[in-house]
Ligand binder design. Sequence first.
Ligand code: G3P
Ligand code: CA
Length: 277
Amino acid sequence: ENQSSLKPIVGNVSVVAHRGASAYAPEHTLEAYRQAIQMKADYVEFDLQMTKDGRLVVLHDETLNRTTNAQQVYPDRSPWAVKDFTLEEIRRLDAGSWFNEAYPEAADKHYAGLLVPTLEEAIEFVKQAQKGKVGLYIETKAPDVYPGMEEKLIAALSRYDLIDNGDVILQSFSEESLRKLKTLAPELPRVQLYSAAMLKDKDVYAEFKRISEYATGVGPTKSVLVPKLIDAAHRNGLIVHPYTVNTQDEMVSLLSLGVDGMFTNNSDLMAELLKKP
Ligand code: G3P
Ligand code: CA
């Protein structure tokens, strides 16, 4: 009942696999991306960091210790900042075992020893899958810590011929980074991410009108999603992709508000709701 009444509203809603299928596999590993693609995600989300030797890698945190065994392998290198390690050093780390320890109910022995992917590897992996139908949704994380990351990202996308084929969306909490990306590759869609604090006491219509100068969409935390916000975004020509939505109850209520997609750790639950073929 509920689902069929949603149909007209959910025509082109995007399932964005937040850090891959991160409810089921260690976030930002190729295995998490593989599972997300199998679950029919439309986009795989990448968070980017940059190594000491200037290589872009896919990892959420600015430090290595939550999602790798860096602390064990390099005990004297606190605080294990990505920017202080070379790619070669990072590739010696295990990016899967932490997940087995943190989530024993989802653990799998094959997760042990998974690597932190480079941006290039991640792009190649996702683009090979499903005849290239799955898109990339790429966040510049901490761009103030990594000067030049936008240039490197656009150069990589250009090498893979991904600038103007509609398969990539860029995102950032940083306005400066999005403005740089607009200058470097105006063709690519850009989503301004918002925490609740960033919108506190703001007139959302005025804010979205202002950012529509450099952004083509907004990615607010789900806690601020109210009809007025979605209306303000749509009236300014911006798509709305809230994060991070992991239950079908929440998905249904956000779909009924008219969002254009969602970041989710559970792509399977959203694909099921949308009856993705
Ligand atoms: O990029 C959307 C959402 O992922 C933002 O939060 O901290 O998970 O990158 P975070
Ligand atoms: Ca993100």
